[in-house]
Design a protein around this ligand. Structure first.
Ligand code: AHG
Ligand code: MN
Ligand code: MN
Length: 338
C-alpha cells in the first residue's frame, strides 16, 4: 500500500502561522485540539456502522458501557476537549440552549461555535455526516466569554471548516487564505493534504434542495425550479438533482464538482419561517468556505450570509450557497427579476 508522503494538516497550520509573525500559535493550538476531537468522533462514527452490521448497537457496547447517540457523543467530545484547551473563552453548540462556559482559568482569546454532527437523521442509515465549526476572536475583555462573543458576523470569522465522516474522513478548512482539504489516513491517524487550494467550479452541475417542500415555497422559488428543469444544453440545464440531507455532505460535493444548495424560507412550519438551517453553526462557516473557494452564499432575498449580524444563538436563515454563477442566477429568480 502506498503511504501518502504529503503535508499533514498540522504542518500546514504551522506553515500558515509562520507567515504571520504576530501569531501566537493559539489558533494553531485550537485547530489541533479540534482535530483530535474529530479523530475521536470519526472512530466512533465508524464503529457505529460496524456495531449496526453486527447487531451490537443496542444499549450497551462491548465494555458494558451505554452506547451514546452519536450526536450527543460528538457534542460531549468537543465540549470536553475544548473546555480546557486554553484557546477559547466560550462555546456555542447547536445542541445546547445556551452558551457553554470553559473551565475557569483556561479562558483564551477565541470563541468556537459548532454543529457537532450535521445530518444526524442520516446516522442510522450509514450516510455521510459531519462536524461544522466556526471560530471568532472574542470581543469581550475579561475571563469567561459572553453571548456577544459568539454573536458575530460570519465576515469576522478567523477560521471555519468541517470534518466529514464519509467513505473517508475529510477535513476542509479556511483561515482566510483559501480552502484546503485533508484526508485522514486512519492507519497512521493523520490528516494529509489531499485537496490544496480548492476552487469551486463557476458553473453548476448539481442542484441540492428538498423538493418535498415544493408546496411550501414562494412563487419565485417555484419558477426558479421550473427553469432549472428546462432543457437547454448550452447553459447546462437541466441540472442534475443531488440531495443527501446532510448539509455538510451536500456542500462538500458541490464545492468539489460545482453546484448549488438551497434551503429557502417556506411556509411548512410557522415556527421556522426562515427555513431550517442555523446561521451560526451551518450557514456562516460554510459561507466563508464558499467565498474563499470563489463561490457565494446568500439568503433567499440576496443578503450576503457573511454580513448578517446574529441576534440569537439559534437563529435560522434561508440559505442559497454554491458556485458563483449558479447563485447569481438563483438570486435573480428569487428576487423576481427573472
Ligand atoms: P442537523 O442534523 O445538524 O440537525 O442538520 C440537519 C440539516 C442539514 O444537515 C440538512 O441539510 C437539513 O437539515 C435537511 O433538512 P430536511 O430534512 O428538511 O431536508
Ligand atoms: Mn446541522
Ligand atoms: Mn447537528
Amino acid at each position: 500500500m502506498n503511504r501518502p508522503l504529503g503535508i499533514t494538516v498540522s504542518r500546514q497550520i504551522m506553515d500558515s502561522q509562520r507567515m504571520h509573525p504576530q501569531a501566537t500559535g493559539e489558533l494553531s493550538g485550537l485547530l489541533s485540539e479540534l482535530i483530535v476531537a474529530a479523530k475521536i468522533i470519526s472512530a466512533e462514527v465508524n464503529m457505529a456502522g460496524l456495531a449496526d452490521i453486527l447487531g451490537l448497537s443496542g444499549k450497551t457496547n462491548i465494555q458494558g458501557e451505554e452506547v451514546q447517540k452519536l450526536d450527543e457523543f460528538s457534542n460531549k467530545t468537543i465540549i470536553k476537549r475544548m473546555a480546557r484547551s486554553g484557546y477559547i473563552c466560550v462555546m456555542a453548540s447547536e445542541e445546547n440552549d445556551d452558551i457553554i462556559p470553559v473551565m475557569e482559568g483556561y479562558e483564551g482569546k477565541y470563541t468556537l461555535a459548532f454543529d457537532p454532527l450535521d445530518g444526524s437523521s442520516n446516522i442510522d442509515v450509514n450516510v455521510n455526516v459531519g462536524t461544522i465549526f466556526s471560530i471568532h476572536r472574542r470581543v469581550s475583555q475579561w475571563r469567561q466569554g459572553i453571548d456577544s462573543d459568539v454573536l458575530q458576523r460570519g465576515r469576522e470569522q478567523v477560521a471555519a471548516g468541517y470534518i466529514i465522516y464519509g467513505s473517508s474522513t475529510i477535513m476542509v478548512y479556511s483561515s482566510g487564505e483559501g480552502v484546503h482539504g485533508f484526508t485522514l489516513d486512519p492507519s497512521v491517524g493523520e490528516f494529509f493534504l489531499s485537496h490544496p487550494d480548492i476552487k469551486m467550479p463557476e458553473k453548476s452541475k448539481y442542484i441540492s434542495v428538498n423538493e418535498g417542500n415544493h408546496g411550501y415555497w414562494s412563487d419565485n422559488m417555484r419558477r426558479y425550479m421550473d427553469y432549472i428543469r428546462e432543457d437547454d444544453k448550452p447553459s447546462g440545464r437541466p441540472y442534475s438533482a443531488r440531495y443527501i440531507g446532510s448539509l455538510v455532505a451536500d456542500f462538500h460535493r458541490n464545492l468539489i464538482t460545482g453546484g448549488i444548495f438551497l434551503y429557502p424560507r417556506d411556509s411548512k412550519d410557522p415556527e421556522k419561517p426562515e427555513g431550517k438551517l442555523r446561521l451560526l453553526y451551518e450557514a456562516s462557516p460554510l459561507a466563508l468556505l464558499a467565498e474563499q473557494a470563489g463561490g457565494r452564499a446568500i439568503t433567499d432575498d440576496g443578503e450576503n450570509i457573511l454580513d448578517i449580524t446574529p441576534t440569537s444563538l439559534h437563529q435560522r436563515v434561508p440559505l442559497v450557497i454554491g458556485s458563483k454563477n449558479a447563485v447569481d442566477e438563483a438570486e435573480a429568480f428569487l428576487k423576481g427579476e427573472r
